[in-house]
Ligand binder design. Structure first.
Ligand code: ZN
Length: 466
């Protein structure tokens, strides 16, 4: 059974999706006013692990990740560079998708953009006004939190501190200043605006996620994720807007990951310790190692990023790669080691147990590396057979559906198909049927596999497609 820690109940809860076998997942996406930094990617990698694990456990996952391309930050950024909002956000949207690819993050099913859903937002705001949950003040429209008794449940806020009648236009504010927040901000000089039924203006940040989640996942869905800094006010406000509007429970499971700090300190631009992914890649760090580093700490623990830690992750990754290389390239004797199937089963069980327990990745990774250690001992003693190797490889590649650390090249190398074709070609050559041998080589080449005849036999590699 899979269990998650639900921020809403502050408890570990068994996971039961609304539709058995199907998970609807909403993950707050980037605000595209800058390049995403490693702290942002900690959250995206945690969400990727969650999604990949659910898929590994045979759930169908429908994921929505919004792109916030209009809010206080993007507008400020565009103004300071003298650009139209769209021209300003364009380059960060593109960079974001490139970064996802570098880190091998599985693509969401939908990436809705706020600016493409303004009319839907106006519609929800109208509904909230009709029900008395929203009111207009000086042209802008605010959510009346005193009308929503459940306000504060997610963040555990003390409603006694609530100051009715006070309101804020800012998208982000402190917990201490809980107050009515802007759903719609009336048109201002120098700011982008949209003409709608509720007037000319632009949406507040929080309404964006309420609208885009329900549009693609329905008014009630299974999991909503983000970083802990999203709990207040962003997610608290999403719940208020969505539940006030629909009269239904918004989300069943809220999962939040903790911060990333750098060298024990809070990340900040002024300290120069706020690394973007591209900065680390420019320094020739391996994106897969960074992925492993961001994965390897349980998502509800603080992650302290250090370059020593990154080098350690690089070494761990190398251990996995060396292990695969050995299993794929060594000539094994016929005799099988009877202990290996038991080890494989035990490791698989532990791996799943760890992740099933609120994504406790440490348990899963420990099981994997312990298996590698034990098999390496057997490798050194030449106590491994070809079937053993095959079974071990197939386990590692199945784990990699969750971990996503291995490049495509290594993944496809398992393909029995290729191995069989190579054998057929060798047989043809031994029988001096060079025509057939060439034909097989050509077939493999067309599917991107290059053969190399070496002194030690045939080796093969995947031809880079780019
Ligand atoms: Zn959001």
């Amino acid at each position: 059974m899979i269990r998650f820690f639900n921020t809403l109940s502050r408890k570990l809860e068994p996971f039961r999706p609304l539709d058995p076998g199907k998970v609807k997942l909403y993950t707050c996406g980037p605000t595209v006013y800058d390049y995403a930094h490693i702290g942002n990617f900690r959250a995206y990698i945690f969400e990727d692990l969650l999604k990949r694990f659910l898929k590994f456990m045979d759930y169908e996952v429908i994921q929505v990740m919004n792109i916030t391309d209009v809010d206080d930050k993007t507008i400020k950024g565009a103004q300071s560079e003298g650009l139209e909002l769209e021209d300003y956000t364009k380059k960060y949207i593109q960079a974001f998708f490139e970064d996802l690819e570098s880190l091998n993050i599985d693509k969401a099913d939908y990436y809705p953009r706020a600016t493409e859903h303004i009319l839907d937002m106006a519609k929800m705001i109208t509904g909230l006004m009709n029900k008395g949950f929203a009111y207009r003040q000086d042209g802008s429209i605010y959510f009346r939190i005193s009308k929503f008794p459940n306000y504060g449940r997610l963040s555990g806020m003390d409603l006694a501190k609530l100051k009715p009648g006070q309101r804020t236009e800012a998208d982000e504010y402190e917990k201490e200043s809980v107050q009515d927040f802007a759903l719609w901000k009336t048109k201002k000089e120098g700011e982008p605006f949209w003409e709608t039924d509720i007037g000319a203006g632009r949406p507040g940040w929080h309404i964006e996620c309420s609208v885009m989640s329900s549009k693609y996942l329905g008014q009630t869905f299974d999991i909503h994720c983000g970083g802990v800094d999203n709990i207040f006010p962003h997610h608290e406000n999403e719940i208020a807007q969505s539940e006030a509007y629909s009269g239904k429970k918004f989300v069943n499971y809220w999962l939040h990951c903790r911060h990333l700090i750098v060298d024990g300190e809070k990340m900040s631009k002024s300290k120069g310790n706020q690394y973007t992914l591209r900065e680390l890649l420019e320094k020739k760090h391996d994106p897969a190692a960074l992925r492993l580093l961001l994965l390897a700490t349980h998502y509800r623990k603080m992650l302290n990023f250090t370059f020593a830690g990154l080098r350690q992750a690089e070494a761990s990754l190398q251990r996995i790669r060396d292990f695969i290389y050995e299993l794929e390239n060594r000539k094994f004797k016929k005799e099988e080691n009877k202990d290996i199937p038991k080890l494989v089963e035990k490791t698989r069980k532990k791996f799943i147990e760890g992740l099933s327990n609120d994504l406790n990745i440490s348990v899963s990774l420990t099981a994997l590396f312990e298996m590698i250690r034990r098999v390496n001992i057997n490798l050194a003693k030449e106590k491994l057979g070809p079937k053993n190797a095959e079974e071990l490889l197939s386990l590692i590649y199945s784990f990699d559906k969750v971990l996503a650390l291995l490049p495509e090249k290594e993944k496809t190398s398992l393909s029995v198909d290729i191995e069989e074709k190579i054998k057929a070609r060798e047989k043809a050559r031994a029988e001096k049927n060079y025509e057939l041998a060439d034909k097989i080589r050509q077939e493999l080449l067309e599917s991107g596999v290059v053969l190399e005849d070496t002194k030690d036999g045939v080796r093969w590699k995947i031809k880079k497609s780019k």
